[in-house]
Write a protein that binds this ligand. Structure first.
Ligand code: PLP
Length: 442
């Protein structure tokens, strides 16, 4: 491919990059200029195989013409319209399409613009639900260590990531956490769901004993924790959590921001894991990331309780200017059409055994201390360089990029989540390049 005609910034100073080592990047920039199918292209025209579907979001592959055309068409018809006390048809259509693939009875959909907004919206729905039922004492929110629910104050507080507390100090009060489910001593190199650890869900009983069930509104967990290093739930863990929530009148929220839209070989993680939450968040794959959009789907009873339980007027005092934005709704409808016609969950399911073998073929590479996989997700954990946590994986990331393969790292874990249209040859190239890079950084 020839050099692309993309604008060249004169300066990299103004853009304060998110979740980035700004100083390093601006000294050694790695730019992406174009994307198509399974690949990105640099401004110089170098091809980069996408091992991460962008940021776990371009499940149908890049530059899908059906989505591009839907966005273009909608931009010309109506650029924006509010959804506060007004409506436009395609926002309703997008919600109905989502409800077609959510678990049965989880059919009411609130639109947001991101995973973070979805997390905070879900938590507010849980609080509003208990309030509408007359249980105003239920204000406590339970998350899990190593949970990631975005960067809003709600999601950040319920999430269980140390650096948030280090940099931002005290977060929301009335929050507590379950232990994480990472048990390498028992589960290292497990394939799919690990066998050990279902009993970790029983820690919810301890939190109930400590705080009182009458103070707890909701438990929020990711079906598979992605951003903190691909933590697959132990067999039976989520079922146990569901039972305990039911026992104590606590709502169960699944953060399906990365596990939704086919990633685990089913529409949502809930289906794959056989557990239906009361509330589920989503974003990313909803529009194939072509336009930002998130959503929260709730059980019909949760919606009915809030909407019928409140006096006439605005029942849920929450919303975003861009909730149900026409361009995002158009992108979502086109994406969900591809999801169905191309059976993206089915493709992921068919690829999973090959993917699993490929992931575990890295076991013999130096410094690999664990490998985890589920659906089309993979996590390769490396031992840290003494005194330099995260450095080895970051060097692997940079080396892979220079060799034309995009991977993602979190601490010393390489996290992989290719577009669901990935084929065997892509998997071979991804794993071959990763193998070389891990060996080179030994
Ligand atoms: N929840 C989960 C499980 C995520 O993985 C992410 C992002 O990776 C988020 C929430 C936040 O989404 P966003 O970056 O769109 O706000």
């Amino acid at each position: 491919m020839n050099e692309l005609s993309v604008p060249r910034p004169n300066s990299l100073d103004a853009f304060w990059m998110p979740f980035s080592d700004n100083k390093y990047f601006k000294g050694t920039p790695r730019m992406l200029a174009r994307a198509e199918g399974m690949h990105y292209y640099t401004p110089e025209g170098r091809e980069i195989l996408d091992g991460t579907a962008g940021l776990w979001c371009c499940n149908a592959g890049h530059g899908r013409v059906e989505i591009v055309q839907a966005i273009q068409k909608q931009a010309a018809i109506m650029d924006f319209a509010p959804t506060f006390q007004l409506g436009h048809p395609i926002a309703f259509e997008a919600a109905s399409r989502i409800a077609e693939i959510t678990p049965e009875g989880v059919d009411r959909v609130f639109f947001t613009n991101s995973g973070s907004e979805s997390a905070d919206t879900a938590l507010k729905i849980a609080l509003a639900y208990h309030k509408a039922r007359g249980e105003s004492s239920r204000v406590r929110l339970i998350g899990r260590e190593r949970g990631y629910h975005g960067v809003g104050f709600g999601g950040m507080s319920v999430g269980g990531i140390g650096p948030n507390r280090k940099q931002f100090g005290a977060l929301l009060p009335y929050v507590d956490h379950l232990p994480h489910t990472h048990l390498p001593a028992k589960n290292a190199f497990a394939k799919g769901e690990p066998q050990h650890g279902a009993e970790l869900a029983d820690a919810l009983e301890n939190l109930v004993a400590l705080h009182g069930a009458e103070t707890i509104a909701a438990v929020m967990v990711e079906p598979v924790a992605g951003s903190t290093g691909v933590l697959v739930p132990p067999v039976g863990y989520l079922k146990r959590l569901r039972e305990l929530c039911d026992k104590h009148g606590i709502l169960l929220i699944f953060d399906e921001v990365i596990t939704g839209f086919g990633r685990l070989g089913t529409n949502f993680g809930a289906e794959r894991l056989g557990v239906t939450p009361d509330i589920m968040t989503m974003a990313k794959g909803l529009t194939n990331a072509a336009v930002p959009m998130g959503a929260v789907a709730v059980k019909n009873g949760v919606y009915d309780t809030i909407v019928n339980g409140m006096p006439a007027g605005i029942e849920f005092f929450h919303g975003y200017t861009y909730s149900g934005h026409p361009l995002a709704a158009a992108a979502a409808i086109a994406t969900l059409e591809l999801h169905k016609t191309e059976d993206l969950p089915g493709r992921a399911r068919a690829m999973e055994p090959y993917w699993e073998d490929a992931m575990h073929s890295l076991k013999s590479a130096p410094n690999v201390i664990d490998i985890r996989n589920f659906g089309l997700i993979g996590g390769i954990e490396l031992s840290s360089r003494p005194g330099k946590p995260g450095a080895r994986a970051m060097d692997v990331f940079r080396r892979c990029f220079d060799k034309g393969v995009l991977v993602r790292v979190t601490a010393d874990i390489v996290a992989l989540s290719p577009p669901l249209i990935v084929e065997n040859a892509h998997v071979d190239r991804l794993v071959g390049t990763l193998d070389e890079a891990i060996r080179a950084e030994a």
